[in-house]
Ligand binder design. Structure first.
Ligand code: XMP
Length: 333
């Protein structure tokens, strides 16, 4: 545990210059650690794994093999953006796996939130491990571990309990135990973002709001169906677009849409129209342990409501969740 602790002398990375110095230092360290061997990385598209990927591409180029598993629970265009940035712009060695059907078939009919999380986490390892076995000569596994993850595991080792499991990916199978490369493990999130900026990653990636590992899976409440998931993805994209337009995107910590598994009666084109409600959640938080509500301007809510109900098939109402945490956790599941 000792060398997992951040030395007090380590300066906070608050500028691009400091980030560049960190990058240069890490490039040397990674090259010394890896030599001419190959490194595997699960590239989710989140801030941490994206920054690690960009850093390692700079350090070891094509010796890095990135695997992006699309579990079918990503937000609109997210997987496409990963491919665009890493394969097309950064010329990464990227394996893209569309595993949507595998995940959605396994999740069909499963309504318990923790069971859904477990299925997603387990299948993710399964798919990633399959891809890893197809690769030859991998010696290292890169991970986007950051300092809060290390602090969290210390807390857990001390026996402190969490309200719900927040697992994304557990350990890999025994035959795939690689030496770890964790270049940002002593950095806090804001420092990781600064390093990402210095590496030239787009703001959509670096400033990405927190997004749960099980993705839209815990926002399509109860048993996931493809039609409700598609409606959720579209409604969420509209919310994000409108938050960009009115300037809330840079201000609110996390915002998203949730769709419960209930229908209500509505009316469209003079006919009865049964649909799901889209629930908007927009919260501010420092550490995700508690959350307060962003008071959204009524005109903004009205515009979002008008767009979602007219543009998204299957939705006939929009609700705005004003519950802080406590008592409402940020995600509904
Ligand atoms: P809750 O819902 O517990 O969420 O208030 C706190 C923060 O954690 C995120 N979250 C998750 N992140 N895997 C993750 O990586 C998960 O299973 C998960 N569940 C919740 C949530 O989005 C919020 O930022």
């Amino acid at each position: 545990m000792e060398n997992n602790l951040r030395p007090e002398s380590m300066a906070r990375i608050t500028t691009i210059e400091l980030a560049n110095a960190f990058i240069e230092e890490q490039i040397k360290e990674v090259r010394a650690q890896v030599g001419d061997k190959k490194v595997l990385l699960a590239l989710s598209g989140g801030v941490d794994s994206s920054v690690v990927a960009a850093l390692l591409i700079k350090a070891i180029g094509k010796q890095l093999v990135c695997v992006h598993v699309n579990h079918g629970l990503m937000r609109k265009n997210e997987s496409e953006n990963v491919v665009e940035v890493f394969r097309n712009q950064l010329d990464a060695n990227l394996v893209y796996v569309d595993a949507t059907d595998r995940f959605l078939d396994l999740l069909a009919g499963v309504s318990d939130p923790e069971t859904k999380r477990k299925i997603i986490g387990k299948e993710f390892i399964e798919v990633f491990a399959e891809e890893a076995r197809k690769q030859e000569g991998i010696s290292f596994l890169a991970q986007g571990t950051i300092y809060p993850d290390i602090l969290e595991s210390i807390k857990q080792a001390e026996g402190k309990k969490a309200v719900k499991s927040h697992h994304n990916v557990g350990g890999l199978p025994e035959d795939l135990q690689f030496e770890l490369v964790e270049p940002v493990k002593l950095l806090f999130k804001d420092e990781v973002r600064m390093v990402g900026r210095a590496l030239g990653l787009p703001s959509a990636m670096v400033d990405r709001q927190p997004f749960p590992g099980p993705g839209l899976g815990v926002r399509c409440l109860g048993a996931i169906t493809r039609d409700r998931l598609a409606a959720l993805r579209e409604a969420d994209a509209i919310l994000r677009e409108e938050f960009d337009i009115c300037g809330l995107a840079g201000k609110v910590w996390q915002y998203f849409v949730v769709i419960p598994d209930i229908k209500s009666v509505g009316v469209k084109d003079d006919s009865r129209y049964e649909g799901w409600p889209a629930i908007i959640r927009a919260v501010n938080s420092k550490d995700a342990m508690t959350a307060s509500i962003e008071p959204i301007d009524y005109a903004v809510l009205a515009k979002i409501t008008a767009r979602i109900t007219s543009e998204v098939a299957g939705i006939n109402r929009v609700l705005y969740d004003i519950t802080p945490n406590p008592t409402g956790t940020i995600e509904w599941e």
